[in-house]
Design a protein around this ligand. Structure first.
Ligand code: C5P
Length: 222
């Protein structure tokens, strides 16, 4: 596949979503928010009353999930069966369920091609956990973002507040840490940098500082 891809992987609250949207917008490329796919699946599972350990039913649901995306790179909406579920997929309950469901190998296999289908001209920016390691291993530019759990908790708390969801910093940090641990320790597609990924620590950097570094890497890669 000659369509260029930039992968942005890293733990929760690290800024992948924000940076991915900026980059896709400025390049005029497509955007894949792979976390939204896993989240929509978790929401559908919750609504169907499926347990996180019902692997057969969950992978069946993953294959038939009526998922849609609407809008351009800088403002996308996630749809489940035609319903906009932007807020519903980001609650703490759904976040926790998502990382449990995302650890199931058959679920990941069922969602693989759906994610690869986003690779269309003129290019794709893909954000997630395994974009560089599993989904697009041939991507010419792979970036792995990191930041301290405390800093990521603050960022996630701000995002939640913007959506009108209230929570305490301690709770958010604990939830993120638990989710990271699950994402790092799972047997299939664990959260880790691809061997050829560039590492970017954003703890002490503003979004615009980080974005400038990213842009310089993009200029030298393409
Ligand atoms: O990126 P986001 O926080 O929306 O991802 C939610 C969860 O979905 C992650 O904690 C992870 O368990 C799962 N996920 C994944 N692989 C991806 C993207 C997300 O396992 N590529």
């Amino acid at each position: 596949n000659i369509v260029p891809v930039i992968t942005l992987d890293g733990p929760g609250g690290v800024g992948k979503g924000t940076l991915g949207r900026l980059l896709a917008h400025d390049l005029g490329w497509h955007l894949l928010d792979s976390g939204a796919i896993y989240r929509a699946l978790a929401l559908a599972a919750q609504r169907a009353g499926l347990d996180a350990d019902n692997e057969t039913a969950l992978s069946g649901l993953a294959r038939t999930l009526p998922l849609g995306f609407r809008g351009a790179a800088d403002e996308t909406h996630v749809l489940l069966g035609g319903e906009v579920v932007d807020a519903e997929i980001r609650t703490p309950e759904v976040s926790a369920l998502t990382s449990r469901i995302a650890a199931i190998p058959a679920v990941r296999a069922a969602l693989l091609q759906r994610q690869r289908d986003f690779r269309r001209a003129p290019g794709l920016v893909a954000d997630g956990r395994d974009m560089g390691t599993v989904v697009f291993p041939d991507a010419p530019l792979k970036v792995f973002l990191t930041a301290s759990a405390e800093e990521r908790g603050k960022r996630r708390l701000n995002q939640l507040m913007e959506q009108g969801i209230s929570a305490s910093l301690a709770t958010v940090v604990a939830e993120i840490a638990e989710r990271d641990a699950r994402d790092q320790q799972r047997s299939v597609a664990p959260l880790r940098p691809a061997p050829d990924a560039k590492i970017l620590d954003t703890s002490e950097q503003s979004v615009s500082d980080t974005y400038r570094v990213l842009q310089s890497w993009v200029r030298s890669a393409f």
